[in-house]
Design a protein around this ligand. Sequence first.
Ligand code: HAM
Length: 417
Amino acid sequence: MAGHKYQAPRGTFDVLPADAHARARVQRTAAEIFARAGFEPIATPVFEDTELFERGVGHSTDIVRKEMFSFEDKGGRGLTLRPEGTAPICRAYVEHGMHKLAQPVKLSYLGPFFRHERPQAGRYRQFHQLGIEAIGTDSPLADAEAIGLQAELLAELGVPGVELRLGSLGSLEARQAYLEELKAYLHAHEGELSGDVRERIDTNPLRAFDSDDEGTQAVMEAAPKLVERLESDDADHFAEVRALLDAAGVEYTIDPTLVRGLDYYTRTIFSFVCDRLGAQSEIGGGGRYDGLVEQLGGPATPAIGWAAGIERILLALDEEPGTEGRDVFISFAADDSGQRALALSLARDLRRAGLSAEFDLAGRGQKGQLKHADRIGARRVLILEADGAAQLRDMESREQRPVDTGSLVEEIVGGAS
Ligand code: HAM
C-alpha cells in the first residue's frame, strides 16, 4: 500500500474529545447568556454568493481582497465559504422580510467561518465564532447592552486579562469627509510610510493606523483622528453609549485609532483584547453597521452586533483537557450472559433517569474494568455478581455496599450513592 499520510488541511484542526468539554462549556454559557437577554438563534448557510461579501464586507478589505475561499459550483455560480456572519444575517433579514417583525430583531449565532490567512497561534483558516446581532435599533442602549453581554460572557467564563477598547466611526458622510482629510495627510507624508500603506492610501487609508511599521506609526501619531471629527449627532450617540457603560460598571478605554477589518461599520466600534494571547490578541469585537441592510437591498435599518472567536477564548482560558466523568460504570463477569444482559438494561434505565452510565466493551476482567472505570472518571461502579446480587462502590471513598439492582435508579437519584 502506498504510504500516503493524510493530515487535516493547513490552518484547520480536529476537535478531539478531550478538548470538546471546554469548548462545549463556552458554547453552553454563551447560549444561556444570549437566551436570557432575548437573542434567538439563527443559522445561515456555510456558503453564500460571493457578491454578498464583496458588497457587504467591502472590496477594499483584506478579507475580500485576499482571504476568501471562493469557488464556482457546477452551475457556474460564484460562491464563497462565509468569512463572517453579519452580511449573511442581514441577507436573511432582508430575504425573510424581518423588518416587518417587531424591531429590533435580536439574533444569536455560532458556527464555522473561513478565511485564507497565514496560520499562526489563534489564527486559523477554519475557525468558530459566536455572536449576536440586534437589527432595527439605533438606540445607544442597544450598543451598551451588546457590549455588556460580551463583557458578561468573558467574565462568566473566567477569561483572564481582558481589556475593552471603544471607538466611534461616526456616520458614513462624516467618515467620508474625514477619510479625504486623512488621505491628504498621508499623501503629504508618503515618503515616511511603508510600501503597503502607501499603496492603499486611496483605497483603505484607515488601515495605516494598524500598521506595525515604525515609520508609519510615527506618522500616524500626529494624524487627524476620526473621534475628533464626529458630527454632533454621532458625538452625542457615542457620549450616551459611554455614559451607559459607565453606569453599568463596564470598564473600557477609548481608542481613537481603533479600526476594524470590515467596511460596514458606522458609529460605535469595539474590541475585546486579552493579554494572554500573542499577536492575535483580539478575542472578539464588533460595532454598529447602520447602512448594511440597506446596502443589501433592504430598508434603511440601523443595527449593532459582535462576534467572538471560540478558539481564542479557549486559548485564553488554557484549560486542561478533560472529560465529563461518568455517574455509573457497570462491571460484570464477561462470561456471564445473564450479567451482560442485565448491564445493558440497567445502563438504559440509568440513562433514562438522566444519569451517564457505561459498561465494559473490551472483555476486561474485573480488575481491568475497575481500572478502566477510574480512567474514565466514573464516580460509582456497580459490580454485578452471581445470582443477581450486586455491590455499589464509591470510587472516591472506595466504600462498597450491597444494593438491590431493582431499585438502583431510585437509590442513586435519591441521593444515596
Ligand atoms: P471580526 O473581528 O472579523 O468580526 O471577527 C470576530 C472574531 O473572530 C475576532 O475577534 C477573532 O476572535 C475571531 N477570528 C477572526 N478571524 C479569525 C481567524 N482567522 N482565526 C481564528 N479566529 C478568528 C466579524 O467577523 C464581524 N462579523 C463581527 C460583527 C458582528 N460585527 C458586527 N456584528
